[in-house]
Design a protein around this ligand. Structure first.
Ligand code: GDP
Ligand code: MG
Length: 437
């Protein structure tokens, strides 16, 4: 898949903008690639049309080639399709929380029961494992071994009792022994059959679990999707645990499962060991399905530098709108031609006239002000904060005024600046326009 996509996108390289023809051509190949990766046909179709819609006419990020830009969109949409955020176990506020595991034989139910118990124990829960698979030889024993490894108690009633009764009893047992989570292991079959489904339905109705988690083998690809569909229709699952992702499967199943069942993938199995269960991360999965580690990290880097550039531009803008002594001088000169400052500021919306009263400036004072500002260095005009005592003395001497006059001006300036901050950008423009005529 990675190679396919890379080939396709390298064809797009060097073009300035994404037009419909580019995107269509690329998406034809993406479609083939996804189908080859064992993603469900309908899912691929929906996916393609969504990406097309988004990609055509999209302005290519400055720092990306058009090809990289399409990859970014593809990855974003893959992530979106698999659920933006990871989801967790829904704990009941009336313990014990009952979790039922379901799935075909060999999917990894029993192992995952142990993994989940271990994970929950680490979170401070007191789980109880329940041996609900009474058919597979040694299934009970297997769970007991797993329970011992993760140091979690296992509830079992042998292989003579009906699973629904074992489940019911286990909850009473949990209540009595202070277990706040009950994890029920169930039987599987090699294929979906009516007996299995009936049994699961019976347990479901018997104990009304808070979580019904379907364990699916990621290696089985398309089949996993059909299984997910069937189980979901029978017992309406809450989520999926995708196992054996430590193998070399691309995980195309994850994409389809979410799309077909609309149920989140909550955890992924990353190995046979009992601590190899991880929260599902849609964005990581998207990267995996695309299989373009290097390309994707390159894109991320480009994206973040794009953000930095934007931030710098914004900063520049802000700085240019910041009121400096040069602006102040500018304003004062304009005011001279305009009459009383109060009149002008009254024309602007949102300026409290009270604040204006102490801004009365007369002609003579304006001359002093002009002299003072002209005695400032460029740095001092843009960063008045740096004008300390000795600078004030120098400025006063240079402008033929007193330090008191310099202080007064700086204070006035600070007041004006505070006021300017209250104006919107357009207010500022208005002020300049009015002053300018
Ligand atoms: P069950 O029939 O659904 O209860 O499946 P089991 O828990 O007995 O697991 C079947 C096989 O899959 C065992 O050999 C497990 O060790 C293996 N298995 C389960 N989860 C994983 C996983 O995430 N990665 C790998 N590599 N093997 C797993
Ligand atoms: Mg089992």
């Amino acid at each position: 898949l990675a190679e396919k996509l890379q080939n396709t996108f390298s064809k797009l390289k060097g073009k300035g903008k994404l037009d419909e023809k580019d995107v269509n051509a690329a998406m034809r190949e993406v479609k083939m690639a996804l189908l080859e990766a064992d993603v469900n046909f309908k899912v691929v179709k929906d996916f393609i049309s969504r990406v097309k819609e988004r990609a055509v006419g999209d302005e290519v990020l400055e720092s990306l080639t058009p090809g990289q830009h399409v990859i970014k969109i593809v990855k974003d949409e893959l992530t979106h399709l698999m659920g933006e955020t990871q989801s967790k176990i829904n704990f009941s506020n009336k313990p014990p929380t009952v979790i039922m595991m379901a799935g075909l034989q060999g999917a990894g139910k029993t192992t995952t029961c142990g993994k989940l118990a271990k994970l929950l124990k680490k979170e401070g829960k007191r789980p109880l494992l329940v041996a609900g698979d009474i058919y597979r030889p040694a299934a009970i024993n297997q769970l007991e071994v797993v329970g011992k490894q993760v140091e979690v108690p296992v509830f079992s009633m042998g292989d003579k009792e009906k699973p629904v009764n074992i489940a019911k009893e286990s909850i009473l047992h949990a209540e009595k022994h202070g277990n706040d989570v009950v994890i029920i292991d169930t039987a599987g079959r090699l294929h979906i059959d009516a007996n299995l489904m009936d049994e699961l339905k019976e347990i479901d109705q018997g104990v009304n679990p808070h979580e019904k988690l379907l364990v699916l083998d990621s290696m089985t690809g398309q089949d996993a999707v059909n299984v997910a569909k069937e189980f979901n229709e029978t017992i309406e699952i809450n989520g999926v645990i995708l196992t054996k992702l430590d193998g070399d499967t691309r995980g195309g199943a994850a994409l389809s499962i979410r799309a077909v069942t609309d149920k989140p993938i909550k955890f992924v199995g990353m190995g046979e060991k009992l601590d190899e269960l991880e929260a599902f991360h849609p964005d990581r999965m998207a990267s995996r399905i695309l299989g373009m580690g290097d390309m994707l990290s390159l894109i991320e880097k480009a994206e973040s530098s794009f953000d930095q550039k934007k931030a710098r531009e914004m900063e520049e803008k802000l700085r240019s709108q910041q009121f400096t002594f040069d602006d102040f001088l500018d304003q004062l000169e304009q005011i001279r031609n305009m009459g009383p400052i109060g009149d002008m500021l009254n024309m602007l919306p949102g300026v409290p006239s009270k604040q204006m009263k102490n801004l009365n400036v007369d002609e003579k004072e304006l001359n002093h002000i002009q002299a003072i500002i002209q005695s400032m260095t460029k740095d001092e005009r843009t960063n008045p904060g740096i004008i300390n005592g000795s600078r004030r003395k120098r400025i006063a001497a240079g402008s033929g005024t007193s330090v008191q006059q310099v202080n007064k001006l700086i204070k006035q300036f600070e007041q004006t600046r505070k006021m300017m901050k209250q104006f919107s950008g357009s207010g500022m423009d208005k002020l300049k326009k009015k002053g300018g005529k």
